[in-house]
Write a protein that binds this ligand. Structure first.
Ligand SMILES: Cc1ncc(COP(=O)(O)O)c(C=O)c1O
Length: 312
C-alpha cells in the first residue's frame, strides 16, 4: 500500500484476528486479539517502517543510498533494519543492552549498524531513553541521513490505519472497546483512526505498566515491559479520544504471556500479555455480549533468552 516493493506489499499487514477462549473467564465479553506477530519481523512495527520510509521516498525526503537513523527498543529497529535495505537505504539504530538480545541480534542480522547505550542493570529508565534519543538526533544532523522520528512523524499514525480497517472488516464493525499499551501511541491511535474511517467508533482505553504509571499519576519508573512506558507523554496519544488510561502489573502481564502460549497457542511478548490482561478486565466489566479488541504487538520468540517463558 505504501510501497511498490512486491515482497513488502505482500507480506506486511493482513494479520489474523483471533478470539481468545481459554484465558477469558465465563461471564466476560468476547476478547479479540489482532495477532501482529505474523508480520515478517514478528511485530506490528513493520507497518510503520513501510509507511514512514515508503512515503518519505515518494516525497523525495530520502533517496536510495541514504542512511536512516532511529533510537529504538529493538522492535522498531528490527522493522526498519528489514525494510530499509529493500528500499535501497542503510539503517543505523541507537539501542541499549536493556532490550532483548534477540532484538539486537535481529537488527544486526538484517545488516543494521548498532550503537549501544549502556543501561543500569537492564532497567528501562527515562534517563536511558533520553540518552538514546540525544545520540540519534546528533547522527540525524549529518549529511545524507534521514531521521525516522517514530515519536513525531505523522506517517507513523498513517501506517497503522490499515490495521484498524482490517479489524473493522474482521469483526463486521462490532467493536465496543479497543485497548492497548502505548509507547509512541501510534499503533493504538492509528488503529482507532482506521476504525473511525470505517464508521466504527469504539471506546478507547490506553494502558501502561503499573511499575511506571506516568500517564495516570505523573510519575514514571523503571519497568520491564519493552516498547511501552517510555517515560514521557506518548506524542500520538490523543487523550480527548481516550475514555480511560489504566495500569497493569508487569508480573500479571508475564503470567498472561505464559498462559497465552500454553493455552491458546499464541507466543507473544510482554506488552501483549499486558494488553490481554486489561482486555479481559474490561470485557468482564462490559459483560457478556460485548466485544473488546486488543493488539498482539509482537512475537514471544523475541524474548526466549530473557526467560519470559521459563517457569521455576
Ligand atoms: C513490543 C512493543 N509493544 C508495544 C509497543 C508500543 O507501540 P506504540 O509505540 O505504537 O505505542 C512497542 C513500541 O515500540 C513495542 O516494541
Amino acid at each position: 500500500m505504501f510501497t511498490t516493493d512486491p515482497f513488502l506489499s505482500a507480506s506486511v499487514g493482513g494479520t489474523p484476528l483471533v478470539r481468545l477462549e481459554e484465558v477469558v473467564p465465563d461471564g466476560c465479553g468476547t476478547v479479540w486479539l489482532k495477532v501482529e506477530s505474523g508480520n515478517p519481523t514478528g511485530s506490528y512495527k513493520d507497518r510503520m517502517a513501510v509507511a514512514v520510509l515508503g512515503r518519505a521516498l515518494e516525497r523525495g525526503e530520502v533517496k536510495p543510498g541514504d542512511r536512516v537513523v532511529e533510537f529504538t527498543a529493538g522492535s522498531t529497529g528490527t522493522a526498519l533494519a528489514f525494510v530499509a535495505p529493500r528500499l535501497g537505504l542503510s539503517f543505523t539504530a541507537v539501542s541499549s543492552d536493556a532490550f532483548s538480545e534477540e532484538k539486537l541480534r535481529s537488527m544486526r542480522a538484517y545488516g543494521a549498524e548498532l550503537i549501544i547505550e549502556a543501561s543500569e542493570d537492564g532497567a528501562i529508565t527515562p534517563e536511558l531513553v533520553g540518552r538514546m534519543k540525544n545520540r540519534a538526533q546528533k547522527l540525524a544532523a549529518e549529511e545524507g541521513t534521514f531521521y525516522v522520528d517514530q515519536f513525531g512523524s505523522p506517517d507513523v499514525l498513517i501506517g497503522y490505519e490499515p490495521m484498524g480497517a482490517e479489524i473493522a472488516d474482521q469483526t463486521g464493525g462490532a467493536v465496543d472497546l479497543i485497548c492497548a499499551g502505548v509507547g509512541t501511541g501510534g499503533a493504538l491511535m492509528g488503529a482507532v483512526n482506521g476504525l473511525d474511517a470505517k464508521g466504527v467508533r469504539p471506546v478507547v482505553v490506553a494502558l501502561e505498566p503499573a511499575q511506571s504509571p506516568l500517564l495516570t499519576t505523573g510519575v514514571g519508573g523503571p519497568h520491564r515491559v519493552e516498547g511501552i512506558g517510555v517515560g514521557f507523554e506518548p506524542p500520538f496519544l490523543d487523550r480527548t479520544r481516550c475514555t480511560d488510561i489504566r495500569t497493569v502489573d508487569e508480573a500479571l502481564a508475564i503470567e498472561m504471556c505464559r498462559r497465552l502460549a500454553a493455552e491458546e497457542g499464541l507466543l507473544c511478548g510482554i506488552s501483549t500479555g499486558l494488553n490481554v490482561c486489561a482486555a479481559i478486565e474490561l470485557a468482564a466489566e462490559l459483560g457478556k455480549g460485548s466485544s473488546v479488541v486488543t493488539l498482539a504487538c509482537d512475537s514471544g520468540l523475541k524474548y526466549l533468552s530473557g526467560g519470559l517463558f521459563d517457569r521455576s
